[in-house]
Ligand binder design. Structure first.
Ligand SMILES: Cc1cc2nc3c(=O)[nH]c(=O)nc-3n(C[C@H](O)[C@H](O)[C@H](O)COP(=O)(O)O)c2cc1C
Ligand SMILES: [Mn+2]
Length: 476
């Protein structure tokens, strides 16, 4: 695969999946346009050019994976436009990719397109990039949304690539937020505990696959290798001068610097994927920027949150469902038919369908899903349904919930689980971010499922006969 985002743009354009918008204002208009377009079904990728106050050519890409076609192009897969089929392909591929990660570690190269422009010292100006203020109450302009932040574990040396929000404080200072437990945060906390600054590289423009892997919960340090495995060719990286961190050679723009211990500046609020401004502005770590690298006419990658579904909802439903499914298999849960994260609730609402094989099967499946790497962090509800229910069909799920579960015996609560300041239900300020989980067994009761009331089904032969006789009326 070609690691150049411009190759991705050419491909989505050729597939009729690119909307070009000229003349939008970085101040709220880019965010508003992205939000409105992503409310439509099958939102294409969107590229903004001639952004107000910025030279033509300094572009911003949003909604890179908001429908099955653009998602397949991002992953270098043959295009599949049906989500259930795509889920099937991904759930077969993901374990293969994960297994191939260690054989696809990045290759170090001397130089690359990202080195076309290099700024240090007084020449550093973060306002050079057309960074949006995405939503009205955002505490500033967020340059890092579709980003990939590269950090290294000071003890074991593994490199992380993660997506975390980044705000511009001034021309050479950034603020950022990493939730407790996130890999990047573990890295800076280890160094800060020793009184040392943490080196950080923030890529703000790259092939969307980099960001799409960066925003998923995986085992520590797998991201670069996983990217190589998915793409079928390792990521070429440059060992960056100042931090020594490996940065993608084909990135569009990378900002590097140091996050000092004990220095904080007010960051946020930020309109989050939940549809809320999660927290008020509060002190957060900073990055003192030492250098900026960027290609000529860079293409930034951005993401705009809104009340869901929004531009990110489709991707998270598909990929996080795939990751949970894969972990269920690894944990040895038999007969999991499908897993689906709601496109409105995201990880807050996970539904899985199983073919009940033994007493307790449903509970086991639900507990594992709830504490899988994706489900453990800021989950809320897990619903288990029988195999005849399609978890992607909200109406079917609600029907099963309403008719096959009995709250008194079918709802269990897990207490003090891993949450985050992003969780709207946690009142701030808080000392620890924990929440509870409801595990709902909406399967037919195992011990008498064979006696469970018969559902009303339409006989296929009758349906065919009726269609033949009254097809006109039925179709009109
Ligand atoms: C657009 C976007 C922005 C995100 N911003 C943050 C953030 O600011 N802080 C955070 O902790 N996680 C954020 N996440 C979620 C993380 O990317 C995700 O949990 C990822 O697994 C973190 O990487 P890690 O597992 O290597 O720590 C964001 C995800 C997306 C898609
Ligand atoms: Mn990680």
């Amino acid at each position: 695969m070609n690691w150049d985002v411009r190759d991705y743009i050419a491909r989505v354009q050729a597939a009729g999946q690119l909307k070009e918008i000229k003349g939008a204002d970085w101040d709220l208009e880019i965010g508003c346009l992205t939000s409105l377009l992503s409310k439509q079904d099958n939102c294409p990728a969107i590229i903004f050019d001639e952004i107000k106050d910025y030279p033509k050519g300094f572009r911003l890409l949003t909604a890179p994976t908001s429908n099955p076609v653009t998602l397949c192009i991002t992953f270098g897969l043959p295009v599949i436009s049906n989500t259930l089929e795509l889920l099937e392909v991904l759930r077969q591929k993901l374990p293969v990719w994960q297994g191939a990660a260690s054989a696809n570690l990045p290759t170090v190269v001397k130089s690359g397109p990202v080195m076309e422009n290099v700024y240090s010292g007084k020449d550093i100006d973060l306002f050079k990039f057309p960074t949006p203020r995405w939503n009205e109450l955002d505490g500033g302009r967020y340059i890092g949304t579709g980003d990939a932040i590269i950090t290294r574990d000071p003890d074991d040396g593994w490199t992380n690539v993660g997506t975390y929000r980044v705000m511009v404080h001034d021309k050479n200072t950034l603020g950022f937020h990493m939730s407790p437990g996130k890999h990047g945060r573990i890295h800076y906390e280890k160094l800060h505990a020793r009184g040392k600054p943490c080196p950080i590289a923030v890529s703000i423009g790259h092939h969307p696959l980099v960001y799409r892997v960066g925003c998923l919960e995986f085992s520590p340090g797998i991201e670069y290798g996983l990217l190589g495995a998915i793409a079928g060719s390792p990521v070429p990286v440059i060992q960056e001068d100042i931090t020594g961190l490996p940065i993608p050679a084909d990135a569009e723009a990378v900002i590097v610097g140091w996050c000092p211990p004990n220095e904080f500046r007010e960051e946020g609020p930020f309109g989050e994927w939940t549809g809320y401004y999660a927290s008020k502005g509060r002190p957060a770590p900073i990055i003192n920027v030492e250098r900026i690298y960027h290609r000529n006419n860079p293409v930034m990658l951005g993401s705009c949150n809104a009340i869901p579904p929004h531009e990110d909802s489709y991707y998270h439903s598909v990929m996080r469902s795939t990751v949970i499914y894969s972990e269920m298999i690894q944990a040895g849960i038999p007969d999991v038919r499908a897993v689906w994260l709601s496109n409105v609730g995201g990880r807050l609402l996970i539904t899985l369908s199983i073919k009940q094989r033994y007493a307790g099967h449903a509970k086991q499946a639900a507990l594992i899903a709830s504490q899988s790497t994706v489900g453990a962090y800021m989950g809320r509800y897990v619903i288990v349904v029988d195999e005849d229910i399609d978890p992607t069909d909200t109406q079917e799920v609600l029907w099963a919930l309403c008719t096959r579960s009995d709250p008194e015996k079918d709802i269990d609560i897990i207490r003090r689980a891993w949450s985050t300041p992003l969780d709207p239900i946690i009142r701030k300020p808080a000392t620890a971010f924990m929440n509870s989980r409801a595990i709902i067994d909406a399967c037919k009761p195992y011990e008498w499922m064979d006696e469970f009331p018969q559902e009303i089904k339409i006989d296929e032969a009758v349906a065919a006969r009726v269609m033949q006789k009254w097809g006109d009326i039925l179709k009109s």
